[in-house]
Design a protein around this ligand. Structure first.
Ligand code: PA5
Length: 447
């Protein structure tokens, strides 16, 4: 049977199978803490059973609600930052045509983003584009008060209202936010926007299977049923009742912690498929924000190969030996491109004649894994059969589940993010936000 496979055999030169097996007890304790809701952050465990709890009626509700919007939308602008946009972007970018923004015939709206940065030129150029194309907005903020998306939405809302009128704009804006609190909830209620709720017990970085991910993805034509059923299948594979050896999330969590304890402080998520770039960005947030606290945590980094072998390859091969890699390998491509022969053979590629491009890619992957092993970089490999909604659902849920286990093994609260507030306090002080007078005086004395 086809399934996502995790191969940890290429860490055995660094950590023995026995050392990993010895962590089974600790891993199982972390799973108990997670599933019994007895650990730190236990009020943020709603994501754990989310994929199997969502009903057919709820999914149909989403599909029906967004169908009308899809008809009249060329561009969907997703306004959000961090956990409020990375999940949708990861899935969308993994499944969309590489050049969908340039294709004349579009089957579904093209997804673009705003509020994920504070770039003035970015916003100006987006507004220029929006003059020319019909668009709708999904604005996503759990707190409803995050500066970046609030700023972007204020500008885009004005633009849309001026362009299509207030009534039509109301029909083209969907808000995803808290059920009762926050400025966005208030605005959505006052303006009469269609709105969806981010459950109280699901944090941003664990929210891809809530309306945060599902609404924009459904509008842009992603099969959210398949995504959710993949996630649900993986939640069964990760059930804590399964023995350690059969539970991929437990094995991944145990192995990365064993490597960390042996001095491998940096984990590189490596892909050999350009469409996975934002899956890595999503993963970086998931693990970075969950684990990086109390002076601890594996530093999550990522590379897109083979592109980055020509930039970061040197460091990975010969730099400081604090790295380990987790490679995501996609077994099947969607299309075949065969390498042609050439009578002159100046590029000396005729030995590859008749092979398809992915064969070369797979040999680059294997060759790199072995070279990095020789260079002292242990390696885990996650293979997924193909890049579609079902396998992505499985992959994302696998990482979420393992993150909860791994965070508890590390002894921290995997579900808070107190460190994110520090920059906000300084920014508000520098911007002279009312209520921050004391902080403003303090920070100015440092300049
Ligand atoms: O994971 C998190 O909690 C953060 O990345 C948030 O998602 C991000 O800061 C956006 O917050 P909000 O949805 O409240 O606007």
């Amino acid at each position: 049977m086809e399934q996502i496979k995790l191969d940890i055999s290429r860490v055995y030169d660094f950590i023995s199978p026995v050392e990993i097996k010895n962590l089974a007890g600790e891993t199982s304790k972390a799973q108990e803490t997670l599933y019994n809701g007895t650990g730190k952050g236990d009020d943020f465990l709603g994501w754990l059973h989310l994929p199997s709890e969502i009903t057919d009626q709820q999914i149909t509700g989403i599909e029906t609600a967004v169908a009308g919007l899809r008809e009249k939308t060329e561009l969907l602008i997703v306004v959000g930052i961090g956990g409020s946009y990375l999940g949708a972007r990861a899935v969308n970018d993994a499944l969309a045509h590489n050049f969908s923004h340039l294709k004349k015939e579009q089957k579904a709206p093209h997804m673009l983003f705003a509020g994920q940065n504070i770039g003035e030129d970015y916003m100006h150029e987006l507004l220029e584009l929006l003059e020319e194309q019909s668009y709708s907005i999904v604005v996503i903020s759990k707190s409803g008060t995050t500066t970046e998306p609030a700023l972007a939405f204020r500008i885009l809302k004005n633009h849309l209202e001026e362009k299509v009128g207030k009534e039509e704009a109301r029909d083209r804006i969907i808000a995803v936010t808290d059920s009762s609190k926050g400025a966005l909830r208030q605005l959505a209620d006052e303006e009469g926007y269609r709105s969806y709720v981010i459950p109280d017990n699901v944090g941003g970085r664990f929210s891809v299977f809530t309306p945060v991910g599902l609404i924009p993805l459904a509008i842009c034509g992603v099969d959210i049923r398949e995504l959710l059923s993949g996630a649900s299948e993986m939640s069964q594979r990760c059930d804590p009742a399964k023995p350690f050896e059969e539970n991929p999330a437990a094995i991944y969590a145990a192995t990365r912690n064993a490597l960390y304890r042996s001095g491998k402080k940096i984990e590189l998520l490596v892909n050999y498929h350009n469409k996975l770039h934002y899956v890595s960005e999503w993963w970086k947030q998931l693990y970075g924000e969950s684990e990086g606290k109390e002076g601890k945590g594996i530093f999550p980094a990522a590379v897109d190969n083979s592109t980055d072998l020509h930039s970061m390859g040197q460091y990975i091969q010969e730099g400081e030996r604090t790295l380990f890699e987790t490679v995501i390998s996609v077994e099947r491509t969607d299309h075949k491109v065969t390498i042609p022969g050439d009578p002159a053979n100046l590029d000396q590629l005729n030995y590859l004649e008749g092979k398809n491009i992915d064969h070369v890619n797979k040999m680059a992957e294997l060759g790199t894994i072995l070279a990095h092993l020789d260079g002292g970089v242990p390696n885990m490999r996650i293979s997924i059969p193909a890049l579609n909604a079902r396998w992505l659902g499985q992959l994302l849920y696998f990482f979420e589940n393992a993150c909860g286990i791994s965070g508890y093994m590390l002894g921290i609260n995997p579900f808070n993010q107190p460190g994110v507030e520090a920059y906000k306090k300084n920014m508000f002080a520098l911007l002279e936000k009312p209520g921050f007078e004391e902080e403003t005086a303090q920070i100015k004395s440092r300049l």
